[in-house]
Design a binder for this molecule. Structure first.
Ligand SMILES: O=P(O)(O)OC[C@H]1O[C@H](O)[C@H](O)[C@@H](O)[C@@H]1O
Length: 562
């Protein structure tokens, strides 16, 4: 169906919904209208995520209601007992998060499915825990995680508390497509008995579960500065730290209250160094051993630590992950079958550390759902004991109580680790340098190229095609040794031409591995309109690593099609 027909349908419905009428009739840019209606929001790495607004390719109450109707049909078709088990729903501080959560609950209720709805914002990992704790059939979180304020999203969780994987998503999508009329979805009244407020006992049980993973340090003298970046981390992070014995925690006042405008930051993403400007300014005045921040749905954690010159270093996800792998393995007793999970675009830094302790390392596709999937498999098979999982994109999890990354437990562990090093006269920065000295100077960076709208999508496809068809085979002294195409699931040994299969789900990712432990990978983001190029090198010194990184970046950029 062309965009004009779709648009007309929505304009016609505008007679019943003044918001549609007002918003759409004010748009004069035809390209904007086309972008809103040329397609439907699709399920990506993290469910459905889009710009807030009216249209089939936007997120709004109609798109959310239709998706929930599809989910309801899927659940009932799978097992009628799912109606009783119900669906847990959480939401973050974004614009319309609460409204979309409410609509989701009303659609489920209209289908006779119990909806366990939180009465105020909660982190993503709390929802993951809630699904497991209440043994619901599924979960929904309304959030666009770390995206800018114009976005919102809809993540679906399975009964194990992990984000649904391809097969389930395909089943849900099939049901969503049976709902051809966005305006036909039935909503129950907001006081329908199927809509149940999640009891407070669940929050308490979650906090206890986190405390079961991180060690307490009563009377700790660690000076901590924390920013929740206007999101849902504030209450649980502070509560956990307090109950673990950390009394010296200062929250960045300007970023404490939930606010969907995220007024103090351009993007509420701990990957952006600028989100720590206020916290660092505060630390420079008042002093702090450690600074950290959580994104709006509190599944990502960013950490800053003291450098010898008195300034603060903002760590990357690979650095925090590597430090945590080392700390988790040395600070606890683990059985021989211990293992960590990371993604294919996460540095080998944490992997070599893990292997030095005899731990197995598993690589999965981008998306914490694949880490959660491994945890669930190992729990059933007993093959491995899960130590922790993490991604370069600042998400980590330890423990068995959730199946999505948890910045609350990650905060507690990072603080525990900072205390451990402080007692030994070291900062996290010193600890990191010691690891580099031992395992090599790993250095990583991500280049994100923003390409929005229909043209952006086409350009992303063009870039992927270009690298798939033709790629350079050396830079400086490093030679290409392996080419992995996760779409065709073929791994090619460039030297011998031999190929082997890749045992991971199909995904549009290319990875180019060079000798001397350098690689780059390229993939379209599943959550934002951009293409991401991941670079990772290992040097003999920090300077050597810097030089290599500059060279590989230059070589890749010379190949980017215009
Ligand atoms: O697809 P990207 O934009 O790179 O985002 C990737 C990220 O998406 C979501 O946040 C998932 O929950 C993460 O587990 C994943 O790392």
């Amino acid at each position: 169906m062309d965009y004009k027909t779709n648009l007309q349908k929505w304009l016609d419905f505008g007679q019943y919904d003044q918001n549609i009428k007002k918003e759409l009739s004010a748009i004069t840019d035809e390209k904007e209208l086309e972008d809103r209606f040329y397609t439907e929001l699709s399920f990506g790495t993290a469910g459905m995520r889009g710009k807030i607004g009216m249209g089939t390719n936007r997120i709004n109450i109609y798109v959310v209601a239709r998706a929930t109707q599809g989910l309801a049909q899927y659940l009932l078709k799978e097992d009628p007992a799912n109606a009783e088990k119900g669906v847990a729903i959480a939401y973050d501080s974004r614009h319309f998060s609460k409204e979309f959560a409410q609509v989701s609950a009303q659609v489920l209720a209209a289908n006779g499915i119990n909806a366990y709805l939180y009465d105020s914002l909660r982190p993503v990992p709390v929802l993951s825990f809630t699904v497991r704790h209440l043994k619901t059939a599924a979960g929904i979180v309304i959030t666009a995680s770390h995206n800018t304020k114009i976005y919102n999203g809809y993540k679906v969780y399975g009964p194990d508390g992990g984000q649904i994987t391809e097969a389930v998503a395909a089943g849900v999508v099939e049901q969503i497509h049976t709902v051809t009329d966005y305006f036909s979805v039935k909503l129950a009244a907001d006081n329908d008995p199927h809509i149940i407020t999640v009891p407070k006992e669940v929050d308490d049980a979650y906090i206890e579960a986190v405390k079961g993973v991180a060690k307490a340090n009563p009377g700790s003298d660690l000076k901590i500065i924390y920013t929740p970046l206007h999101g849902s981390g504030n209450i649980p992070v502070r509560r956990v730290l307090k109950e673990l014995g950390y009394e010296n925690v200062t929250v960045v006042k300007e970023q404490e209250q939930p606010d969907g405008d995220f007024p103090t930051v351009a993007k509420p993403n701990p990957e952006e160094k600028a989100v720590f400007d206020l916290a660092i300014e505060m630390a420079e005045k008042e002093g702090a051993d450690i600074i950290f921040g959580t994104d709006p749905d509190a599944d990502r954690l960013g950490v800053c630590c003291h450098k010898p010159d008195g300034s603060y270093a903002v760590l990357t996800g690979n650095q925090t992950g590597g430090l945590l792998v080392d700390y988790m393995l040395k600070s606890r007793d683990w059985p021989d079958n211990k293992a960590i999970v990371k993604t294919i675009v996460t540095s080998e830094f944490g992997a070599v550390i893990a292997k030095s302790y005899g731990a197995a390392v598993y690589n999965v596709l981008t998306g914490f759902k694949y880490i959660g999937e491994k945890m669930t498999q190992w729990k059933a098979s007993g093959e491995h004991t899960f130590v922790m999982g993490y991604e370069e994109s600042y998400g980590a999890l330890a423990g068995d109580y959730a199946r999505d990354k948890d910045a609350v437990v990650a905060s507690a562990l990072v603080v525990e680790m900072a205390q451990y090093y402080k007692e030994r006269g070291m900062t996290l920065y010193d600890a990191l340098q010691a690891l580099y000295k031992k395992f090599g100077y790993f250095l990583e960076t991500i280049q994100s190229i923003e390409l929005d709208g229909i043209e952006g999508k086409a350009q992303i496809a063009k870039i992927m095609d270009a690298f798939r068809a033709d790629h350079f085979d050396h830079f400086a002294d490093a030679e290409l040794v392996e080419f992995d195409d996760y779409q065709s699931q073929v791994c090619t040994n460039v030297k011998t031409g031999e190929t082997s299969g890749i045992d991971l789900p199909v995904s549009n990712v290319l990875k180019f591995i060079f000798n001397e432990d350098s690689w780059y990978a390229i993939r379209p983001s599943g959550t934002e309109p951009k293409i991401k190029i991941y670079y990772s090198v290992k040097g003999k010194s920090p300077e050597d690593a810097e030089a290599k990184l500059a060279e590989i970046k230059e070589a890749v950029n010379a190949c980017l099609p215009q």
